[in-house]
Design a binder for this molecule. Structure first.
Ligand SMILES: [Cu+2]
Length: 148
């Protein structure tokens, strides 16, 4: 058998390393997509799952209305291991509610509510923000999600 020279060895190491990195990326991406695949916003209409929270974006804050009628502003209170459906709408211009921890990203459009379903599985405090530029104080449309 022919002995490999050093150049060929280095090349083989590079090839194996690149395949390993791409393989790892493919597997982690596939598992992320698998766990978040149901997390897609839809127009309101299909029957909502779990606890329904009405979310209203307006210049420049978010209001969350819970089933008992209470409203919180800029803090979203959730219970761990509970399924929620957010009914997201806007009072004025287009906003976009983004909660990266739960894979939630849903447009808030006046007259066209969208819904999204998700389930927090870890207690903690997370962030949310508006990711659609919506005017002068757009940066104020951020807050916390408190999961207990
Ligand atoms: Cu906004």
């Amino acid at each position: 058998m022919r002995k490999l020279d050093n150049k060929t060895k280095v090349e083989l190491i590079w090839i194996v390393a690149v395949i390993a990195i791409l393989g790892w990326a493919a597997v982690s991406n596939a598992s992320y997509l698998h766990t978040n695949s149901v997390n897609i916003a839809n127009p309101v209409g299909s029957s909502p799952e779990g606890v329904v929270i009405n979310v209203t974006g307006y210049q420049w804050a978010w209001a969350f209305q819970y089933p008992n009628g209470t409203i919180s502003t800029d803090v979203l209170y959730l219970n761990n291991n509970t399924t929620y459906t957010l009914m997201v709408s806007s009072k004025d211009v287009i906003h976009d509610l983004y909660i990266p921890q739960f894979g939630v990203n849903v447009y808030a459009v006046n007259g066209h509510p969208n819904q999204i379903t998700f389930k927090p599985t870890k207690a903690g405090t997370y962030i949310f923000e508006c990711v659609e530029y919506c005017g002068e104080y757009h940066y104020e449309m951020r807050g916390t999600v408190v999961v207990t």
